[in-house]
Design a protein around this ligand. Structure first.
Ligand code: C2E
Ligand code: MG
Ligand code: MG
Ligand code: MG
Length: 283
């Protein structure tokens, strides 16, 4: 039941822990073949302006594993990060997004921005910037229409390095959003030290709207602060009309959530667009 690890520490293994570790190992060990066997798909979730025009799409990775079934990115991304396997995933997503770029742009009459999530581990690697630049060239992607989403944890370990990486992306014309703002480490101090275009307010704050006067006030204050800092504000996880109305009234520039759009395959987005065009033709 218990094993001696090292000289004086005793680690107790309980069956659930073993199962949990087994699954983690299985996931970590399946990533390379998942890329090779085309098990990953990128879904796109629309973001809208206050008048409900689609202004962008966030690329969200989906994995339907031959052996494990559907695995959520909330589960496999942290495992990929911890096991040093995030870089090939990031590169794969970046290339997929660049390949999809033209068709994504064709979905709307007005210009859209495509957002890609980067892991904290990715931005320690300045070579990735060159990789991105080359992809943009190869697929004729306009850098200014790509946004990179990073979380605060990316800045936590090495602020200078994170700033260098993200400044280089901004130098080629892309924009940078701080994702999940308000969760985790969340220090307002960072906001004065990092070079950002957009603040994405975490779903948690959106969920708390109208729950209590206090939590509503906190969300309102975050939006106010972001406005003062001249940042674009995107609210994530908007699910109700009431939330949307409040966020728009408070000055959010972009809204994202199931109320407006769910993450969807490009294939389906194109089909929906086609059906809409047909409807208009027959009207
Ligand atoms: P995130 O970047 O904060 O993405 C937002 C998550 O909220 C997505 O979950 C999205 O499907 C979900 N969401 C959006 N609107 C709503 C809503 O109205 N209600 C609810 N309940 N959920 C909503 P998803 O796709 O499961 O992704 C989870 C996380 O995994 C992402 O959080 C991101 O941190 C990470 N992730 C996903 N794809 C990638 C990727 O390509 N690269 C990296 N590094 N991370 C990724
Ligand atoms: Mg994101
Ligand atoms: Mg987010
Ligand atoms: Mg979030």
């Amino acid at each position: 039941r218990s094993k001696t690890a090292g000289r004086s520490t005793h680690t107790v293994f309980i069956p659930e822990m073993m199962e949990d570790n087994k699954r983690k190992l299985l996931i970590a060990n399946s990533i390379a073949s998942a890329i090779k066997n085309d098990e990953f798909v990128v879904y796109y979730q629309g973001k809208v302006s206050p008048n409900e025009t689609t202004v962008g799409y966030e690329a969200l990775l989906r994995w339907s594993s031959d052996s494990l079934g559907f695995v959520s990115p909330a589960e496999f991304i942290p495992i990929a990060e911890q096991s040093g396997k995030i870089l090939p995933i990031t590169k794969w997503v970046l290339e997929r997004v660049c390949k999809d770029f033209k068709q994504l742009c064709s979905l709307n009459d007005s210009e859209v921005t495509i957002s890609v999530n980067l892991s904290a581990y990715d931005i320690k690697n300045l070579q990735l910037v060159n990789y991105i630049k080359n992809l943009f060239k190869k697929y004729s992607v306009e850098p200014r229409l790509i946004e990179f989403e990073v979380t605060e944890s990316a800045y936590l370990e090495n602020l200078d390095m994170a700033n260098e990486f993200l400044t280089q992306l901004r130098d080629i014309g892309s924009s940078v959003a701080l994702d999940d703002f308000g969760t985790g480490y969340s220090s307002l101090g960072y906001l004065t030290q990092i070079n950002l275009n957009t603040l994405k307010i975490d779903k948690q704050f959106v969920d708390n709207l109208n729950v209590s006067e206090r939590s509503t006030l906190i969300t309102k204050t975050i939006i106010e602060m972001a406005k003062q800092l001249k940042l674009q504000i995107c609210a994530e996880g908007v699910e109700t009309r009431e939330q949307a109305a409040f966020l728009i009234e408070s000055g959010c520039h972009q809204l994202q959530g199931f109320l407006f759009a769910k993450p969807t395959s490009l294939e389906l987005l194109l089909k929906e667009k086609e059906q809409l065009v047909d409807l208009e033709k027959n009207a």
